[in-house]
Ligand binder design. Structure first.
Ligand code: MF3
Ligand code: CO
Length: 284
């Protein structure tokens, strides 16, 4: 009877207390644990979901209209118009001096490409469109790849593997796992296809800011990096190169990242919440 009583008393401990105990336990093991401010409340999560609805709508529109012959400035215009009509702000615009509302990165561009009137989509191009939204002060971020017209079998496969790598990573997202479980799963999967993962650019926490802790690597090791406590929100956005993992930044615009060897690169990005039972995809 007493034993049962003890068990009941333990069970009715509020979840806040259990959470703090878990955090203390992982900390005592020397694990990296998230700061309390990185753990989103249900109210914050709801606001972030609302922001993501705009981000998803933007990318849905792009996916329905993108085609050969349009400029990347046209994509930028769509993103700006839809985002602002929905009462939100494109997060990239003026972010650390970024001049446009969205990133558009074609072929050997890895990320952070700047939309331009002079860049016209050609048959056979592969392009990443990376949208980020601020709604009512809450942030969302996701990106998709698009194949323009007749894309080579080789490049199509790169795009597919990059997409599949997110599913492989997601399988590892569970409460009280490690970000490195996800990172290694993605890394091993990508390597098994003969591709390479960009190392010095990664994902990030997001929600109350555009880029919060943790920095998220996709060449990390199982059982390392931050503990995935429920309420943590971060992006999964590995950049996958057909050739070398080495990249460089355009010295003229100081933004566009290219592969060192000129081989193509692909990236999809989702924004993920760690829940009590697994994960929720917030933006895609
Ligand atoms: N959306 C990018 C990310 O995934 C960030 C772009 S920053 C910008 O983190 F200024 F280039 F827009
Ligand atoms: Co991101």
């Amino acid at each position: 009877m007493t034993l049962v009583g003890v068990a009941v008393a333990k069970n009715i401990k509020n979840s806040h207390e259990n959470f703090d105990e878990k955090i203390a336990f992982f900390k005592s093991k020397g694990a990296i644990v998230p700061d309390r401010k990185l753990i989103k409340t249900p109210e914050q999560i709801e606001k972030i979901r609302e922001s993501a609805k705009v981000n998803i709508a933007v990318l849905d529109y792009v996916s329905e209209h993108i085609k050969a012959g349009i400029s990347t400035a046209q994509i930028d215009e769509w993103v700006y118009d839809i985002t602002t009509k929905m009462g939100a702000i494109p997060a990239p615009l003026n972010y650390e001096g970024f001049p446009k509302s969205v990133c558009t990165s074609i072929n050997d561009q890895v990320c952070h490409g700047i939309p331009s009137e002079d860049i016209i989509l050609q048959d056979g191009d592969i392009i990443n469109v990376d949208a980020s939204t601020i709604l009512d002060g809450y942030f969302s971020d996701s990106s998709r790849m698009f194949c323009i017209g007749n894309v080579s079998e080789e490049n199509r496969k790169l795009v597919e593997v990059a997409k599949k790598s997110l599913e492989v990573g997601l399988e590892q997202v569970k409460p009280w796992g490690y970000l490195g479980d996800m990172g290694q799963a993605i890394y091993d999967f990508v390597k098994s296809h003969g591709y390479n993962v960009v190392r010095n650019i990664g994902g990030h926490g997001i929600g109350l800011e555009f880029h919060e802790e943790p920095w998220v690597s996709y060449c990390s090791r199982k059982g390392t990096e931050m503990v995935m406590a429920p309420g943590l929100i971060f992006t999964i956005e590995p950049m996958i190169n057909m050739g070398t993992h080495e990249v460089f930044i355009d010295s003229d615009d100081n933004w566009t990242v290219y592969t060192d060897d000129g081989a193509p690169s692909a990236q999809w990005e989702i924004q993920v919440l760690v829940t009590e039972t697994g994960y929720e995809i917030i933006s895609y």
